[in-house]
Write a new protein. Structure first.
Lengths: 290, 360
Protein backbone atom coordinates (compact mmCIF):
# COMPACT_ATOMS: atom_id res chain seq x y z
CA UNK A 1 0.00 0.00 0.00
CA UNK A 2 2.99 2.25 -0.04
CA UNK A 3 2.41 5.51 -1.82
CA UNK A 4 6.04 5.38 -2.92
CA UNK A 5 5.06 2.69 -5.39
CA UNK A 6 5.96 3.82 -8.89
CA UNK A 7 2.76 4.88 -10.66
CA UNK A 8 3.24 2.65 -13.64
CA UNK A 9 4.56 -0.67 -14.82
CA UNK A 10 2.95 -3.06 -12.41
CA UNK A 11 -0.10 -4.00 -14.42
CA UNK A 12 1.15 -3.08 -17.84
CA UNK A 13 -1.42 -0.32 -18.22
CA UNK A 14 -0.98 3.32 -19.10
CA UNK A 15 0.25 5.54 -16.31
CA UNK A 16 -3.13 7.18 -16.03
CA UNK A 17 -5.27 4.08 -15.55
CA UNK A 18 -2.45 2.49 -13.61
CA UNK A 19 -2.64 5.17 -10.94
CA UNK A 20 -6.44 4.87 -10.86
CA UNK A 21 -6.16 1.13 -10.31
CA UNK A 22 -3.59 1.77 -7.66
CA UNK A 23 -5.85 4.25 -5.87
CA UNK A 24 -8.78 1.84 -6.05
CA UNK A 25 -6.76 -1.04 -4.61
CA UNK A 26 -5.44 1.21 -1.88
CA UNK A 27 -8.98 2.18 -0.94
CA UNK A 28 -10.10 -1.43 -1.00
CA UNK A 29 -7.32 -2.65 1.25
CA UNK A 30 -7.92 0.23 3.64
CA UNK A 31 -11.60 -0.68 3.71
CA UNK A 32 -10.81 -4.30 4.58
CA UNK A 33 -8.50 -3.32 7.42
CA UNK A 34 -10.99 -0.79 8.79
CA UNK A 35 -13.81 -3.31 8.58
CA UNK A 36 -11.91 -6.00 10.45
CA UNK A 37 -10.60 -3.54 13.05
CA UNK A 38 -13.63 -1.37 13.55
CA UNK A 39 -16.48 -3.86 13.21
CA UNK A 40 -16.23 -5.25 16.77
CA UNK A 41 -16.08 -1.73 18.15
CA UNK A 42 -19.06 -0.75 16.03
CA UNK A 43 -20.92 -3.78 17.30
CA UNK A 44 -20.09 -2.86 20.88
CA UNK A 45 -21.39 0.66 20.36
CA UNK A 46 -24.55 -0.56 18.70
CA UNK A 47 -25.33 -3.07 21.43
CA UNK A 48 -24.65 -0.47 24.08
CA UNK A 49 -27.46 1.66 22.68
CA UNK A 50 -29.96 -1.16 22.11
CA UNK A 51 -32.72 -2.17 24.53
CA UNK A 52 -31.36 -5.25 26.17
CA UNK A 53 -34.49 -7.34 25.80
CA UNK A 54 -34.15 -7.10 22.03
CA UNK A 55 -30.43 -7.80 21.86
CA UNK A 56 -30.92 -11.53 21.52
CA UNK A 57 -33.06 -11.56 18.41
CA UNK A 58 -33.71 -8.10 16.95
CA UNK A 59 -30.34 -6.54 16.33
CA UNK A 60 -29.78 -5.40 12.77
CA UNK A 61 -26.64 -4.32 11.01
CA UNK A 62 -27.81 -0.73 10.93
CA UNK A 63 -29.23 0.77 14.11
CA UNK A 64 -33.03 1.13 14.26
CA UNK A 65 -34.44 4.17 16.02
CA UNK A 66 -37.25 2.21 17.74
CA UNK A 67 -34.89 0.03 19.78
CA UNK A 68 -32.46 2.85 20.60
CA UNK A 69 -32.04 3.48 24.32
CA UNK A 70 -29.69 5.01 26.86
CA UNK A 71 -31.03 2.86 29.68
CA UNK A 72 -28.10 0.46 29.50
CA UNK A 73 -25.85 3.11 30.92
CA UNK A 74 -27.74 2.92 34.18
CA UNK A 75 -25.41 0.04 34.95
CA UNK A 76 -22.76 2.64 35.67
CA UNK A 77 -24.64 3.55 38.80
CA UNK A 78 -24.29 0.02 40.06
CA UNK A 79 -22.06 0.32 43.14
CA UNK A 80 -20.07 -2.75 42.22
CA UNK A 81 -19.32 -1.48 38.72
CA UNK A 82 -18.53 1.91 40.11
CA UNK A 83 -15.97 0.34 42.46
CA UNK A 84 -14.33 -1.52 39.60
CA UNK A 85 -14.00 1.59 37.50
CA UNK A 86 -12.78 3.66 40.40
CA UNK A 87 -10.15 1.03 41.22
CA UNK A 88 -9.02 0.91 37.61
CA UNK A 89 -8.61 4.66 37.50
CA UNK A 90 -6.67 4.73 40.77
CA UNK A 91 -4.41 1.89 39.68
CA UNK A 92 -3.79 3.46 36.26
CA UNK A 93 -2.92 6.87 37.71
CA UNK A 94 -0.77 5.31 40.41
CA UNK A 95 1.10 3.23 37.85
CA UNK A 96 1.68 6.20 35.57
CA UNK A 97 3.04 8.36 38.38
CA UNK A 98 5.28 5.60 39.71
CA UNK A 99 6.61 4.65 36.30
CA UNK A 100 7.32 8.24 35.24
CA UNK A 101 9.02 9.27 38.48
CA UNK A 102 11.13 6.14 38.86
CA UNK A 103 12.09 5.87 35.19
CA UNK A 104 13.13 9.53 35.02
CA UNK A 105 15.46 9.13 37.95
CA UNK A 106 16.78 5.74 36.84
CA UNK A 107 17.20 6.91 33.24
CA UNK A 108 19.08 9.98 34.44
CA UNK A 109 21.38 7.80 36.49
CA UNK A 110 22.10 5.56 33.53
CA UNK A 111 22.64 8.49 31.20
CA UNK A 112 24.77 10.72 33.38
CA UNK A 113 26.53 8.69 36.04
CA UNK A 114 29.10 6.03 35.45
CA UNK A 115 29.20 2.91 37.55
CA UNK A 116 30.63 -0.53 36.95
CA UNK A 117 28.62 -2.90 34.74
CA UNK A 118 26.20 -0.13 33.75
CA UNK A 119 25.29 -1.60 30.37
CA UNK A 120 24.82 -5.08 31.81
CA UNK A 121 22.65 -3.67 34.54
CA UNK A 122 20.41 -2.07 31.93
CA UNK A 123 20.26 -5.28 29.93
CA UNK A 124 19.27 -7.31 32.96
CA UNK A 125 16.26 -5.02 33.33
CA UNK A 126 14.91 -6.45 30.10
CA UNK A 127 14.89 -10.01 31.41
CA UNK A 128 11.53 -9.25 32.98
CA UNK A 129 10.01 -9.30 29.51
CA UNK A 130 10.96 -12.92 28.99
CA UNK A 131 8.16 -14.11 31.26
CA UNK A 132 4.46 -13.83 30.73
CA UNK A 133 2.50 -12.12 33.51
CA UNK A 134 0.94 -15.41 34.56
CA UNK A 135 4.39 -16.87 35.30
CA UNK A 136 5.35 -13.92 37.45
CA UNK A 137 1.85 -13.66 38.89
CA UNK A 138 1.90 -16.82 40.99
CA UNK A 139 5.14 -16.09 42.90
CA UNK A 140 4.03 -12.47 43.23
CA UNK A 141 0.80 -13.68 44.83
CA UNK A 142 2.76 -15.55 47.49
CA UNK A 143 5.15 -12.67 48.12
CA UNK A 144 2.38 -10.07 48.22
CA UNK A 145 0.41 -12.24 50.63
CA UNK A 146 3.31 -12.58 53.02
CA UNK A 147 4.12 -8.85 53.05
CA UNK A 148 0.50 -7.76 53.19
CA UNK A 149 0.21 -6.19 49.74
CA UNK A 150 -2.36 -8.69 48.54
CA UNK A 151 -5.74 -7.16 47.80
CA UNK A 152 -4.37 -3.64 47.96
CA UNK A 153 -4.31 -1.19 45.08
CA UNK A 154 -0.75 -0.28 46.05
CA UNK A 155 0.23 -3.88 45.50
CA UNK A 156 -1.17 -3.92 41.98
CA UNK A 157 0.38 -0.53 41.23
CA UNK A 158 3.80 -1.85 42.21
CA UNK A 159 3.39 -5.00 40.14
CA UNK A 160 2.20 -3.13 37.06
CA UNK A 161 4.88 -0.47 37.44
CA UNK A 162 7.53 -3.17 37.55
CA UNK A 163 6.11 -4.54 34.31
CA UNK A 164 6.30 -1.15 32.56
CA UNK A 165 9.58 -0.14 34.09
CA UNK A 166 12.18 -1.79 31.84
CA UNK A 167 10.78 -0.14 28.73
CA UNK A 168 10.30 3.20 30.47
CA UNK A 169 13.81 3.20 31.95
CA UNK A 170 15.36 2.40 28.59
CA UNK A 171 13.33 5.10 26.93
CA UNK A 172 14.36 7.72 29.50
CA UNK A 173 17.97 6.60 29.45
CA UNK A 174 18.25 6.97 25.69
CA UNK A 175 16.20 10.13 25.63
CA UNK A 176 18.21 11.89 28.31
CA UNK A 177 21.37 10.98 26.42
CA UNK A 178 20.12 13.13 23.56
CA UNK A 179 20.02 16.19 25.84
CA UNK A 180 23.45 17.87 25.75
CA UNK A 181 25.25 17.74 29.06
CA UNK A 182 26.19 21.37 28.54
CA UNK A 183 22.57 22.33 29.33
CA UNK A 184 22.95 20.93 32.81
CA UNK A 185 26.45 22.28 33.21
CA UNK A 186 25.12 25.71 32.32
CA UNK A 187 22.56 25.32 35.09
CA UNK A 188 25.27 24.32 37.58
CA UNK A 189 27.32 27.34 36.55
CA UNK A 190 24.19 29.39 37.21
CA UNK A 191 24.23 27.98 40.73
CA UNK A 192 21.74 25.14 40.42
CA UNK A 193 22.36 21.97 42.39
CA UNK A 194 22.43 18.67 40.55
CA UNK A 195 18.85 17.94 41.64
CA UNK A 196 17.66 21.39 40.66
CA UNK A 197 19.35 21.17 37.28
CA UNK A 198 17.66 17.80 36.74
CA UNK A 199 14.29 19.24 37.70
CA UNK A 200 14.52 22.55 35.84
CA UNK A 201 16.53 21.60 32.77
CA UNK A 202 16.37 17.86 32.11
CA UNK A 203 12.80 16.95 33.11
CA UNK A 204 11.05 19.68 31.06
CA UNK A 205 12.99 18.60 27.99
CA UNK A 206 11.93 14.99 28.52
CA UNK A 207 8.28 15.78 27.96
CA UNK A 208 7.85 13.60 24.84
CA UNK A 209 9.52 10.66 26.60
CA UNK A 210 7.45 11.21 29.73
CA UNK A 211 4.25 11.15 27.71
CA UNK A 212 5.35 8.05 25.80
CA UNK A 213 6.21 6.24 29.03
CA UNK A 214 2.95 7.38 30.62
CA UNK A 215 0.93 6.12 27.65
CA UNK A 216 2.69 2.80 27.77
CA UNK A 217 2.11 2.45 31.50
CA UNK A 218 -1.48 3.56 31.13
CA UNK A 219 -2.25 1.04 28.41
CA UNK A 220 -0.69 -1.72 30.44
CA UNK A 221 -2.49 -0.81 33.66
CA UNK A 222 -5.84 -0.06 32.07
CA UNK A 223 -5.98 -3.28 30.11
CA UNK A 224 -4.36 -5.49 32.72
CA UNK A 225 -6.33 -8.59 33.51
CA UNK A 226 -3.88 -11.20 34.77
CA UNK A 227 -2.23 -9.32 37.60
CA UNK A 228 -5.46 -7.79 38.81
CA UNK A 229 -7.16 -11.18 38.78
CA UNK A 230 -4.34 -12.76 40.78
CA UNK A 231 -3.35 -9.96 43.13
CA UNK A 232 -6.82 -8.52 43.85
CA UNK A 233 -8.86 -11.62 44.58
CA UNK A 234 -11.64 -9.98 46.55
CA UNK A 235 -14.46 -8.28 44.71
CA UNK A 236 -14.29 -5.00 46.62
CA UNK A 237 -10.77 -4.16 45.50
CA UNK A 238 -10.55 -5.56 42.03
CA UNK A 239 -10.38 -3.59 38.79
CA UNK A 240 -12.63 -3.47 35.80
CA UNK A 241 -11.40 -6.33 33.63
CA UNK A 242 -11.53 -9.14 36.20
CA UNK A 243 -14.51 -7.48 37.88
CA UNK A 244 -16.68 -7.57 34.78
CA UNK A 245 -15.68 -11.13 34.06
CA UNK A 246 -16.64 -12.19 37.56
CA UNK A 247 -19.93 -10.33 37.28
CA UNK A 248 -20.66 -12.10 34.01
CA UNK A 249 -19.92 -15.45 35.51
CA UNK A 250 -21.90 -14.75 38.62
CA UNK A 251 -25.43 -14.20 37.46
CA UNK A 252 -28.05 -13.01 35.09
CA UNK A 253 -27.70 -9.51 36.48
CA UNK A 254 -25.38 -8.42 33.67
CA UNK A 255 -27.01 -8.68 30.24
CA UNK A 256 -24.87 -8.26 27.12
CA UNK A 257 -26.18 -4.79 26.41
CA UNK A 258 -25.16 -3.61 29.87
CA UNK A 259 -21.77 -5.20 29.48
CA UNK A 260 -21.30 -3.38 26.19
CA UNK A 261 -22.39 -0.08 27.70
CA UNK A 262 -19.88 -0.26 30.48
CA UNK A 263 -17.18 -1.55 28.13
CA UNK A 264 -17.80 1.43 25.88
CA UNK A 265 -17.31 3.82 28.75
CA UNK A 266 -14.09 2.08 29.71
CA UNK A 267 -12.82 2.21 26.13
CA UNK A 268 -13.18 5.96 25.81
CA UNK A 269 -10.29 7.12 28.06
CA UNK A 270 -7.54 5.16 26.27
CA UNK A 271 -9.02 6.19 22.92
CA UNK A 272 -8.96 9.88 23.81
CA UNK A 273 -5.58 9.56 25.50
CA UNK A 274 -4.04 7.95 22.44
CA UNK A 275 -5.71 10.34 20.05
CA UNK A 276 -4.54 13.55 21.70
CA UNK A 277 -1.10 12.33 22.67
CA UNK A 278 -0.11 10.53 19.49
CA UNK A 279 2.25 13.25 18.29
CA UNK A 280 4.13 13.12 21.59
CA UNK A 281 4.12 9.35 21.47
CA UNK A 282 5.87 9.39 18.13
CA UNK A 283 8.42 11.94 19.33
CA UNK A 284 9.15 9.78 22.33
CA UNK A 285 9.71 6.71 20.20
CA UNK A 286 11.87 8.56 17.70
CA UNK A 287 14.93 8.35 19.94
CA UNK A 288 17.67 6.68 18.03
CA UNK A 289 19.41 3.57 19.30
CA UNK A 290 16.50 2.58 21.52
CA UNK B 1 37.57 41.14 42.21
CA UNK B 2 40.27 38.48 42.49
CA UNK B 3 42.78 37.12 40.05
CA UNK B 4 42.95 33.50 38.95
CA UNK B 5 46.03 31.55 39.95
CA UNK B 6 46.51 28.13 38.41
CA UNK B 7 49.42 26.29 39.95
CA UNK B 8 51.00 23.07 38.66
CA UNK B 9 47.65 21.92 37.30
CA UNK B 10 47.78 18.34 36.06
CA UNK B 11 44.89 16.23 34.83
CA UNK B 12 45.32 12.58 34.03
CA UNK B 13 42.52 10.56 32.48
CA UNK B 14 42.36 6.85 32.65
CA UNK B 15 41.03 5.21 29.56
CA UNK B 16 40.85 1.41 29.34
CA UNK B 17 43.90 1.04 31.54
CA UNK B 18 45.99 3.67 29.76
CA UNK B 19 46.85 6.91 31.44
CA UNK B 20 46.36 9.95 29.28
CA UNK B 21 47.92 13.18 30.49
CA UNK B 22 45.54 15.88 29.27
CA UNK B 23 47.07 18.78 31.18
CA UNK B 24 50.70 18.63 32.28
CA UNK B 25 51.88 20.92 35.04
CA UNK B 26 50.29 24.15 33.85
CA UNK B 27 50.97 27.28 35.87
CA UNK B 28 49.24 30.49 34.85
CA UNK B 29 48.05 33.65 36.57
CA UNK B 30 45.30 35.82 35.18
CA UNK B 31 45.17 39.26 36.75
CA UNK B 32 41.94 40.99 37.68
CA UNK B 33 40.42 42.47 34.54
CA UNK B 34 42.86 40.67 32.29
CA UNK B 35 41.78 38.77 29.18
CA UNK B 36 43.91 35.68 28.65
CA UNK B 37 43.36 33.32 25.74
CA UNK B 38 44.36 29.71 25.91
CA UNK B 39 45.00 28.63 22.35
CA UNK B 40 46.13 25.34 20.88
CA UNK B 41 45.19 22.57 18.49
CA UNK B 42 42.30 20.25 19.35
CA UNK B 43 43.10 17.72 22.03
CA UNK B 44 45.88 19.83 23.54
CA UNK B 45 44.25 20.10 26.97
CA UNK B 46 42.97 23.64 26.76
CA UNK B 47 39.34 22.79 27.41
CA UNK B 48 40.31 20.43 30.24
CA UNK B 49 42.25 23.26 31.85
CA UNK B 50 39.23 25.53 31.56
CA UNK B 51 36.88 22.89 32.95
CA UNK B 52 39.16 22.46 35.95
CA UNK B 53 39.04 26.21 36.55
CA UNK B 54 35.26 26.06 36.19
CA UNK B 55 34.93 23.16 38.59
CA UNK B 56 33.39 20.80 36.04
CA UNK B 57 36.51 18.60 36.16
CA UNK B 58 38.64 17.81 39.19
CA UNK B 59 42.38 18.22 38.72
CA UNK B 60 44.60 15.21 39.43
CA UNK B 61 47.06 17.52 41.15
CA UNK B 62 47.78 21.21 41.45
CA UNK B 63 45.69 24.04 42.84
CA UNK B 64 43.42 26.78 41.57
CA UNK B 65 42.92 30.00 43.53
CA UNK B 66 40.47 32.83 42.95
CA UNK B 67 42.29 35.58 44.81
CA UNK B 68 43.13 34.18 48.22
CA UNK B 69 40.42 31.56 48.04
CA UNK B 70 41.47 28.01 47.22
CA UNK B 71 38.69 26.72 44.96
CA UNK B 72 40.36 23.49 43.87
CA UNK B 73 37.84 21.31 45.70
CA UNK B 74 34.86 23.65 45.57
CA UNK B 75 31.94 22.61 43.35
CA UNK B 76 31.05 24.64 40.29
CA UNK B 77 27.86 26.00 41.87
CA UNK B 78 29.81 27.81 44.58
CA UNK B 79 32.54 29.31 42.41
CA UNK B 80 30.48 32.21 41.09
CA UNK B 81 31.82 31.88 37.58
CA UNK B 82 30.33 32.52 34.19
CA UNK B 83 30.95 30.03 31.42
CA UNK B 84 30.08 30.24 27.74
CA UNK B 85 29.85 26.89 26.03
CA UNK B 86 30.77 25.87 22.54
CA UNK B 87 27.25 24.59 21.89
CA UNK B 88 25.81 27.68 23.57
CA UNK B 89 23.60 25.56 25.85
CA UNK B 90 20.64 27.86 26.26
CA UNK B 91 17.74 26.13 28.00
CA UNK B 92 15.56 25.31 24.98
CA UNK B 93 12.29 25.20 26.94
CA UNK B 94 12.69 28.67 28.45
CA UNK B 95 12.26 32.05 26.78
CA UNK B 96 15.25 34.35 26.36
CA UNK B 97 14.10 36.32 29.37
CA UNK B 98 13.80 33.17 31.53
CA UNK B 99 17.16 31.92 30.30
CA UNK B 100 18.87 35.09 31.38
CA UNK B 101 17.05 35.26 34.70
CA UNK B 102 17.56 31.62 35.70
CA UNK B 103 20.74 32.21 37.71
CA UNK B 104 19.17 35.14 39.51
CA UNK B 105 16.11 33.04 40.29
CA UNK B 106 18.28 30.40 41.93
CA UNK B 107 20.16 33.07 43.84
CA UNK B 108 16.79 34.21 45.20
CA UNK B 109 16.38 37.61 43.58
CA UNK B 110 12.88 39.08 43.50
CA UNK B 111 10.97 39.02 40.24
CA UNK B 112 11.20 42.78 39.91
CA UNK B 113 14.94 42.81 40.33
CA UNK B 114 15.38 39.92 37.92
CA UNK B 115 13.47 41.75 35.21
CA UNK B 116 15.38 44.96 35.82
CA UNK B 117 18.76 43.23 35.57
CA UNK B 118 17.80 41.23 32.50
CA UNK B 119 16.61 44.36 30.74
CA UNK B 120 19.78 46.20 31.56
CA UNK B 121 21.92 43.39 30.16
CA UNK B 122 19.68 43.00 27.12
CA UNK B 123 20.12 46.69 26.37
CA UNK B 124 23.89 46.38 26.48
CA UNK B 125 23.79 43.38 24.14
CA UNK B 126 21.12 44.86 21.86
CA UNK B 127 18.70 41.97 22.30
CA UNK B 128 15.90 43.86 24.09
CA UNK B 129 13.42 42.99 21.33
CA UNK B 130 14.28 39.27 21.56
CA UNK B 131 13.39 38.76 25.22
CA UNK B 132 10.05 37.07 24.61
CA UNK B 133 11.37 34.67 21.97
CA UNK B 134 12.44 31.07 22.43
CA UNK B 135 16.12 30.23 21.82
CA UNK B 136 15.28 28.13 18.76
CA UNK B 137 13.88 31.23 17.06
CA UNK B 138 17.23 33.02 17.29
CA UNK B 139 20.26 32.87 15.00
CA UNK B 140 23.52 31.42 16.34
CA UNK B 141 24.98 34.87 16.92
CA UNK B 142 21.92 36.06 18.82
CA UNK B 143 21.91 32.87 20.89
CA UNK B 144 25.48 33.51 21.94
CA UNK B 145 24.51 37.07 22.87
CA UNK B 146 21.79 35.66 25.11
CA UNK B 147 24.33 33.30 26.67
CA UNK B 148 26.56 36.32 27.29
CA UNK B 149 23.60 38.07 28.86
CA UNK B 150 22.93 35.09 31.09
CA UNK B 151 26.45 35.51 32.43
CA UNK B 152 26.36 39.27 32.56
CA UNK B 153 23.33 39.54 34.86
CA UNK B 154 25.00 37.41 37.50
CA UNK B 155 28.04 39.62 37.91
CA UNK B 156 30.50 36.70 38.07
CA UNK B 157 33.91 36.71 39.75
CA UNK B 158 35.54 34.90 36.86
CA UNK B 159 34.58 34.74 33.19
CA UNK B 160 35.31 31.60 31.19
CA UNK B 161 34.78 30.94 27.49
CA UNK B 162 34.95 27.47 25.98
CA UNK B 163 35.31 28.02 22.21
CA UNK B 164 32.07 30.00 22.14
CA UNK B 165 32.37 31.03 18.52
CA UNK B 166 33.62 27.89 16.81
CA UNK B 167 30.16 27.11 15.41
CA UNK B 168 29.64 30.59 13.98
CA UNK B 169 30.62 31.83 10.55
CA UNK B 170 33.50 34.22 10.04
CA UNK B 171 31.37 37.35 9.70
CA UNK B 172 29.41 36.65 12.88
CA UNK B 173 32.65 35.97 14.72
CA UNK B 174 33.97 39.37 13.76
CA UNK B 175 30.68 40.91 14.89
CA UNK B 176 30.62 39.09 18.20
CA UNK B 177 34.26 39.71 19.16
CA UNK B 178 33.77 43.35 20.16
CA UNK B 179 30.61 42.37 22.05
CA UNK B 180 32.55 39.84 24.12
CA UNK B 181 35.24 42.41 24.80
CA UNK B 182 32.61 44.95 25.83
CA UNK B 183 30.94 42.51 28.21
CA UNK B 184 34.16 41.37 29.85
CA UNK B 185 35.25 44.99 30.23
CA UNK B 186 31.87 45.79 31.76
CA UNK B 187 32.22 43.04 34.35
CA UNK B 188 35.92 43.71 34.77
CA UNK B 189 36.83 40.28 36.10
CA UNK B 190 39.64 37.97 34.99
CA UNK B 191 38.75 36.20 31.76
CA UNK B 192 40.02 32.90 30.44
CA UNK B 193 39.09 32.31 26.82
CA UNK B 194 39.74 28.97 25.18
CA UNK B 195 39.92 28.70 21.40
CA UNK B 196 41.69 26.88 18.61
CA UNK B 197 41.36 29.94 16.40
CA UNK B 198 44.57 31.95 16.54
CA UNK B 199 42.83 34.95 15.01
CA UNK B 200 40.45 35.15 17.99
CA UNK B 201 43.40 34.76 20.31
CA UNK B 202 45.38 37.53 18.65
CA UNK B 203 42.53 40.03 18.35
CA UNK B 204 40.89 39.81 21.77
CA UNK B 205 43.57 39.03 24.30
CA UNK B 206 45.73 40.97 26.67
CA UNK B 207 47.92 37.89 26.77
CA UNK B 208 47.93 34.71 24.74
CA UNK B 209 48.83 31.36 26.28
CA UNK B 210 49.81 28.78 23.68
CA UNK B 211 49.33 25.21 24.85
CA UNK B 212 50.43 22.04 23.12
CA UNK B 213 50.18 18.46 24.32
CA UNK B 214 49.03 19.61 27.74
CA UNK B 215 52.01 21.88 28.29
CA UNK B 216 52.18 25.66 28.09
CA UNK B 217 54.58 26.69 25.38
CA UNK B 218 54.51 30.45 25.86
CA UNK B 219 52.44 33.12 27.59
CA UNK B 220 52.86 36.63 26.24
CA UNK B 221 51.01 39.58 24.71
CA UNK B 222 49.80 38.89 21.14
CA UNK B 223 52.43 41.02 19.43
CA UNK B 224 55.25 39.32 21.31
CA UNK B 225 53.84 35.86 20.61
CA UNK B 226 53.83 36.74 16.94
CA UNK B 227 57.23 38.42 16.70
CA UNK B 228 59.23 36.53 19.28
CA UNK B 229 57.90 32.97 19.51
CA UNK B 230 59.73 30.94 22.12
CA UNK B 231 59.30 27.66 20.30
CA UNK B 232 58.87 26.25 16.85
CA UNK B 233 55.33 25.20 17.76
CA UNK B 234 54.27 28.73 18.70
CA UNK B 235 55.85 30.16 15.58
CA UNK B 236 54.01 27.63 13.45
CA UNK B 237 50.65 27.84 15.22
CA UNK B 238 50.32 31.62 15.40
CA UNK B 239 50.14 33.62 12.21
CA UNK B 240 48.52 33.13 8.86
CA UNK B 241 49.86 31.78 6.55
CA UNK B 242 52.00 29.66 8.80
CA UNK B 243 55.73 30.22 9.33
CA UNK B 244 57.91 28.52 6.71
CA UNK B 245 60.59 26.18 8.00
CA UNK B 246 63.92 25.12 6.49
CA UNK B 247 66.80 22.93 7.61
CA UNK B 248 69.92 24.97 8.33
CA UNK B 249 73.33 24.80 9.95
CA UNK B 250 75.29 27.36 11.94
CA UNK B 251 78.89 28.13 10.98
CA UNK B 252 81.25 30.54 12.63
CA UNK B 253 82.88 32.81 10.06
CA UNK B 254 85.23 35.58 11.21
CA UNK B 255 83.91 35.35 14.73
CA UNK B 256 80.33 35.85 13.61
CA UNK B 257 77.67 33.22 13.48
CA UNK B 258 76.54 32.54 9.97
CA UNK B 259 73.49 30.58 9.07
CA UNK B 260 73.73 28.25 6.14
CA UNK B 261 70.61 27.02 4.38
CA UNK B 262 71.50 24.78 1.47
CA UNK B 263 74.02 26.79 -0.52
CA UNK B 264 72.88 30.13 0.87
CA UNK B 265 74.37 32.06 3.74
CA UNK B 266 72.63 34.54 6.01
CA UNK B 267 74.08 36.87 8.59
CA UNK B 268 72.32 36.43 11.88
CA UNK B 269 72.92 37.66 15.43
CA UNK B 270 76.21 37.26 17.29
CA UNK B 271 74.79 34.93 19.86
CA UNK B 272 75.15 31.95 17.62
CA UNK B 273 78.81 31.15 18.21
CA UNK B 274 77.98 28.48 20.75
CA UNK B 275 75.89 26.68 18.17
CA UNK B 276 78.57 26.58 15.58
CA UNK B 277 78.43 23.37 13.60
CA UNK B 278 74.98 22.43 14.81
CA UNK B 279 71.92 21.75 12.72
CA UNK B 280 69.04 24.14 13.37
CA UNK B 281 65.47 24.67 12.21
CA UNK B 282 65.08 27.96 10.43
CA UNK B 283 61.73 29.70 10.67
CA UNK B 284 60.65 32.72 8.65
CA UNK B 285 57.20 34.20 8.28
CA UNK B 286 55.94 34.34 4.66
CA UNK B 287 55.54 38.10 5.09
CA UNK B 288 59.34 38.42 5.37
CA UNK B 289 60.24 36.61 2.18
CA UNK B 290 60.60 38.82 -0.89
CA UNK B 291 60.12 37.64 -4.43
CA UNK B 292 62.69 38.86 -6.90
CA UNK B 293 62.19 38.65 -10.67
CA UNK B 294 65.85 37.68 -10.91
CA UNK B 295 66.15 33.97 -10.21
CA UNK B 296 69.82 34.50 -9.37
CA UNK B 297 69.04 37.01 -6.61
CA UNK B 298 67.92 34.39 -4.10
CA UNK B 299 66.73 30.84 -3.81
CA UNK B 300 65.48 29.79 -7.25
CA UNK B 301 61.77 29.06 -7.16
CA UNK B 302 59.14 28.01 -9.63
CA UNK B 303 55.80 29.70 -9.20
CA UNK B 304 52.89 27.32 -8.61
CA UNK B 305 49.77 29.34 -7.86
CA UNK B 306 48.39 32.53 -6.33
CA UNK B 307 45.64 32.99 -3.76
CA UNK B 308 44.60 36.63 -4.11
CA UNK B 309 42.93 37.95 -0.92
CA UNK B 310 42.48 41.53 -2.06
CA UNK B 311 44.81 43.21 0.41
CA UNK B 312 47.61 40.69 -0.21
CA UNK B 313 48.28 37.57 -2.19
CA UNK B 314 49.51 34.22 -0.93
CA UNK B 315 51.85 32.79 -3.55
CA UNK B 316 53.07 29.21 -3.60
CA UNK B 317 56.52 28.36 -4.96
CA UNK B 318 58.36 25.11 -5.54
CA UNK B 319 62.00 25.27 -4.40
CA UNK B 320 64.80 22.86 -3.65
CA UNK B 321 63.54 22.90 -0.01
CA UNK B 322 60.01 21.96 -0.91
CA UNK B 323 56.93 24.13 -1.25
CA UNK B 324 57.24 27.66 0.13
CA UNK B 325 54.42 30.12 0.71
CA UNK B 326 55.15 33.82 0.35
CA UNK B 327 52.91 36.78 1.07
CA UNK B 328 53.21 38.97 -1.98
CA UNK B 329 51.87 42.25 -3.23
CA UNK B 330 48.13 42.23 -4.01
CA UNK B 331 48.92 42.88 -7.66
CA UNK B 332 51.44 40.04 -7.92
CA UNK B 333 50.79 37.47 -10.59
CA UNK B 334 53.35 34.70 -10.87
CA UNK B 335 52.10 33.01 -14.03
CA UNK B 336 54.26 29.95 -13.36
CA UNK B 337 57.54 31.81 -13.96
CA UNK B 338 60.98 31.43 -12.39
CA UNK B 339 61.78 33.73 -9.45
CA UNK B 340 64.32 34.19 -6.67
CA UNK B 341 63.20 34.15 -3.02
CA UNK B 342 65.07 36.58 -0.79
CA UNK B 343 64.97 36.14 2.99
CA UNK B 344 64.86 39.25 5.17
CA UNK B 345 67.46 37.98 7.58
CA UNK B 346 66.43 40.26 10.47
CA UNK B 347 63.27 38.22 10.85
CA UNK B 348 64.83 34.78 10.70
CA UNK B 349 64.19 32.77 13.88
CA UNK B 350 66.20 29.68 14.73
CA UNK B 351 64.95 26.71 16.73
CA UNK B 352 66.60 23.66 18.21
CA UNK B 353 66.02 20.66 15.96
CA UNK B 354 65.00 18.24 18.73
CA UNK B 355 63.21 20.32 21.34
CA UNK B 356 61.88 23.07 19.10
CA UNK B 357 63.10 25.66 21.62
CA UNK B 358 64.06 29.04 20.20
CA UNK B 359 67.81 29.60 19.83
CA UNK B 360 67.88 32.96 18.14
Amino acid sequence: MSSNEPPGGMFGLSYDSESRVFEALKLLSTAIIVLVGVWPIYWMIQLAFTEYETVEDAVTVFPLPEIFTLDNFAVLADPEMYTYMFNTVVVAIGTIVTVVVVSLIAGYGLARLSFPQKENFARILLIGYLFSPIVIGIPLYQIWRSIGLLDTRIGLIIALSALSMPFAVWLMWKYIMTIPEAHEEAAWVDGASRWRGFRDVVVPQCRPAIIAAALFAFALAWNDFTFAQILLPSTETTTFAPGVLRAMGQAQFLPDAHLMAISLVMTLPPLLFAYFMQSYLLKGFQVRAL
Amino acid sequence: MPDITIQNLTKVYEESGDEIVAVDDVTLTIADGEFVTLVGPSGCGKTTTLRCVAGLNTPTSGTIHFGERDVTGIPVQERNIALLFQDIALYPHMSVQENMAYGLKIAGFSRKERIARVEEAAGLLQITDQLEKMPSELSGGQQQRVALGRSLVRDPEVFLFDEPMSDLDAKLKAELRPVIEKVTDEIGCPTLYVTHDQEEAMTMSDRVAVINDGELEQVAPPKEIYDEPESKFVSQFIGQPSTQFFDGRVRAVNGRGTLVVGDYEYEVSDGLKGWSGDDVRVGLRPQYITVSDDAEAGIPATHLLDEPLGDATHSFFETEFGEVIVVTDPDFEGNGGEYGLVFQSDYIRLFDVDSGVRIA
